[in-house]
Design a protein around this ligand. Structure first.
Ligand code: GDP
Length: 458
């Protein structure tokens, strides 16, 4: 339990009309009062604001003209006593004020420490704390709305209700194990388990789908175009951009420098990356192996894998398929104007359910179908921006994916008629993973690391 009093400048560094030095902790009021000339701050009502002067105790000179807000815990952000001193916004004056506060015994707060205290004192849960961080960083209105919704606890409530469902399931299994003589409980449990786990599964999947859409709205889909030299990657990029910004050339390997282009495909913003780096990617497969190449490509939300209709599949093509095994890809078989050498059935096998589109980019054939496939990949259902509980935080998305995986294990277990107590392990694991999102089951080191990402004064 923290007992010291922390302080920081809570407004952005730079010129502004006012700046705020914030204090939180048991000594917050006392420290402020020592510097303050005006009302006796130790005896004023909570949640009141006071005009006065800050006196430098070492010189007895007036250092600042200020407004001081006194907020007594627990009705504060950190649940501790909080004081906010509003002073003039110049860098020098606010720094001087901070120095005086530090000289009276407050400690400089670590980045995110105010929010960390809010979390540790039960004022907010972890996903809300992270929303504060996202809010600070949000660059667009939409991103800000997402963070605001998360901060008001919408995601937390949803996650908690899913956990509750799982907990009930586990509890039923416990009953089942403890009272095996009730035959009908066995049946009940299995049925319930199927129903509940499926419900939760659908919800998590929905959250992940929306996360994908949320990310798209914020940043665009980062899209990599990969394929052997000369298959038509630059031509594809050009076709999508409808401008000739990427260099198209006949000589394999001569496209220079990675070029980034933003294009809007039926409302889906793509951030296309061509191609020098990606051309290397192909070499990388040889050089650093499949697993490492996958790590590189995992950074992309979408991969357009281009093949040549007029050539048989090569070893390099197959390597690329291996690399993108579990990633979001669209396969583009280009140059259908040439005589067919490639085996489409084989490609469909490797694509494993993901879209395969044929094009003749040189004749502008197939671009429409490709655009449809791109839109479908990211907006499978209707996109309703109005009332979505977006998950925007990378850590949350990772946890949701893991939760979905362990739930899949559970569901498979049920279908394979595994002993129910084994299935229960996976359900419990899912429950724990979801708990990590709201901070119920996270380790302290993770918490420290998360809060250290905040800016100072939050
Ligand atoms: P990259 O090396 O993968 O970027 O391939 P490019 O886009 O530079 O294309 C290589 C060559 O293939 C160029 O001469 C293109 O004009 C040609 N090309 C692109 N698309 C097609 C197509 O659909 N049919 C044919 N026959 N040639 C194409």
């Amino acid at each position: 339990m923290d007992t010291d009093t922390i302080t920081a400048i809570s407004t952005p560094i730079g010129e502004g009309a006012i700046a705020i030095v914030r204090l939180s902790g048991p000594e917050a009021v006392k420290i402020s009062n020592k510097l303050f000339q005006g009302n006796d701050l130790t005896s004023v009502n909570s949640h009141t604001i006071h005009y006065g002067k800050i006196i430098d105790p070492s010189t007895s000179e007036v250092a600042e003209e200020v407004m001081v807000t006194i907020m007594r815990g627990p009705r504060t952000f950190t649940r501790e006593d909080v004081v906010e001193i509003n002073c003039h916004g110049g860098l020098a004056s606010v720094n001087r004020l901070l120095e005086l506060v530090l000289a009276e015994g407050a400690r400089l707060a670590e980045p995110g420490e105010f929010t960390k205290r809010a979390f540790l004192n039960g004022r907010i849960d972890l996903s809300q704390a992270e929303a504060v961080m996202d809010l600070i960083r949000a660059k667009t209105d939409k991103a800000m709305n997402v963070a605001l919704k998360q901060m008001d606890g919408r995601l937390s409530k949803l996650i908690q209700s899913l956990r509750q469902e799982l907990l009930e399931t586990v509890a039923h299994v416990e009953v089942n194990i403890d009272y095996p003589e009730y035959d009908d409980v066995e049946e009940m449990t299995l049925e319930m388990m199927v129903k509940k786990t499926n419900q939760v599964y659908v919800e998590i999947e929905r959250l992940l789908q929306m996360a994908k859409q949320g990310k798209i709205l914020r940043e665009g889909i980062s899209t990599a175009i990969i394929g052997r030299p000369n298959v038509g990657k630059s031509s594809l990029m050009n076709a999508l951009v409808h401008e000739n910004k990427a260099i198209v050339t006949d000589i394999p390997g001569t496209t220079r420098d990675a070029i980034e282009e933003y294009v809007n495909i039926r409302g889906v913003p793509l951030r296309l990356v061509d191609t020098a780096g990606i051309r290397e990617t192909e070499d990388i497969v040889e050089r650093i192996g499949v697993e490492k190449s996958r790590q590189v490509l995992k950074e992309s939300d979408l991969i357009l894998l281009v093949l040549n209709y007029g050539e048989e599949l090569t070893k390099e093509d197959l390597n690329l398929f291996k690399v993108v095994e579990d990633l979001d890809i669209i396969v583009i078989v280009n140059k259908t104007d040439l005589d067919q050498k490639i085996d489409i059935d084989k490609i469909k096998h490797y694509a494993n359910g993901r879209p395969v589109i044929t094009t003749a980019l040189i004749e502008e054939v197939g671009i429409d179908a490709l655009e449809t496939a791109i839109a479908d990949t990211f907006f499978a259902g209707e996109l309703d921006v109005g009332d979505l509980t977006y998950v925007s935080n990378v850590r949350h998305i990772q946890l949701l994916k893991q939760a979905l995986q362990s739930l899949t294990d559970a569901i498979n277990g049920i279908e394979d008629k595994m002993p129910i107590d084994l299935v229960q392990i996976d359900v419990t694991r899912t429950w724990e993973l979801l708990g990590e999102i709201v901070g119920d089951t996270v380790q302290e080191s993770l918490i420290d690391q998360l809060f250290s990402q905040f800016c100072l004064g939050k």
